[in-house]
Design a protein around this ligand. Structure first.
Ligand SMILES: C[S@@+](CC[C@H](N)C(=O)[O-])C[C@H]1O[C@@H](n2cnc3c(N)ncnc32)[C@H](O)[C@@H]1O
Length: 306
């Protein structure tokens, strides 16, 4: 087996950027862009929950969502926030504008765009319950986050942070399809993938069931129940395929990380043979090294208005 470290979460999140850029549903993005047009005259307050290393802040800037953004990213992990603080400031210094340090981050300003980035290490679920966060935000972002939580319990608390008329942009919600190609043993592959999805459904955080392997399709009903007007929705499948000279950017690492995650989740599973899981994992890592693995995960994006 390849002996590299396949569990560097911050490198995984950085490697995920090019995959996500391709995957995000552009109709849903364009709907958000258009919906915000009347809001361009004043700063846009954006809250990103489960922000990781802050890659969505960079994307909002790169894709020019709004000329003046006040962005706050909240993440539970101090490693993510420390990485974001250091890496985002370095990125900002390369934008050709001014970068001014603040208590929780910095302000990046060019002649056409301005963004204040604040990064907070905290449980997003406590953050959104603070009295000062109620009705305080124009746009709520949860990117590759909602399928990790108990959506029915958490969504109303997240939405409570929005002003009336504010928007929620809820993206990359996993929706029950994982494909690795080529498949050597169809019956084993089917069982492995089914147990992998089951592990998402059975995930417990602080004793509560957290996670839904079909979060994408269920989110529509959750949004309706929460009184949100769903303005747009569409598929945002991850599709990672090799090019002539291998995978683009750092996407080989992205794939190694995913395969390693499946391995960790299932290697000791009572319904699977350990040796078979190890052999499957070795074969998948080898296929990534050889540039022959195709990986697809079905996901959905939503835009809603409170
Ligand atoms: C799959 S990652 C996505 C990160 C980021 N949105 C991205 O796509 O690059 C999920 C993130 O949610 C964070 N997270 C999980 N539970 C959280 C919670 N209760 N409060 C805040 N962050 C949380 C994790 O630390 C992780 O960074």
């Amino acid at each position: 087996m390849n002996t590299h470290d396949f569990s560097d979460f911050q490198r995984y999140l950085a490697a995920k950027v090019s995959v996500d850029d391709r995957s995000l549903n552009k109709d849903v993005w364009n709907s958000l862009f258009r919906a915000l047009h009347p809001w361009r005259e004043r700063p846009l307050r954006v809250l990103d929950v489960g922000a990781g290393i802050g890659t969505m802040a960079q994307r909002l800037w790169r894709w020019r969502l709004h000329p003046h953004i006040l962005y706050t990213g909240v993440d539970l992990s101090s490693e993510n926030i420390d990485h974001a603080q250091a890496q985002l400031q370095e990125w900002a210094r390369g934008r050709g504008g001014s970068v001014l340090r603040t208590a929780n981050g910095f302000v990046l300003r060019t002649s056409t765009q301005q963004m204040t980035i604040s990064l907070i290490q905290e449980d997003a679920l406590s953050f959104v319950r603070r009295p000062e966060q109620q009705g305080a935000w124009d746009l709520l972002i949860a990117h590759a986050f909602l399928d990790l939580v108990d959506i029915a319990a958490v969504l109303p608390q997240l939405l409570a942070t929005l002003k009336q008329g504010g928007f929620c942009y809820l993206t990359l919600n996993f929706d029950g399809v994982t494909i690795f190609e080529p498949v050597a043993e169809p019956s084993f592959e089917t069982k492995l993938i089914a147990l992998y999805h089951q592990s998402m459904d059975q995930r417990l955080i602080e004793g509560r069931l957290s996670g839904d392997s079909r979060a994408g399709r269920h989110l529509f009903a959750h949004l309706n129940a929460a009184g949100v007007d769903v303005m747009a929705a569409g598929a945002s499948d991850w599709v990672v395929i090799p090019q002539k000279d291998g995978y683009p950017e750092d996407e080989a690492y992205f794939l190694h990380f995913i395969v390693h995650t499946v391995f960790q989740e299932l290697v000791d599973h009572p319904q699977l043979d350990r040796d078979q899981v190890v052999a499957w994992t070795q074969e998948r890592h080898a296929q990534i090294d050889a540039g022959t693995l195709v990986y697809i995960a079905h996901q959905l994006d939503y835009l809603g208005r409170k």
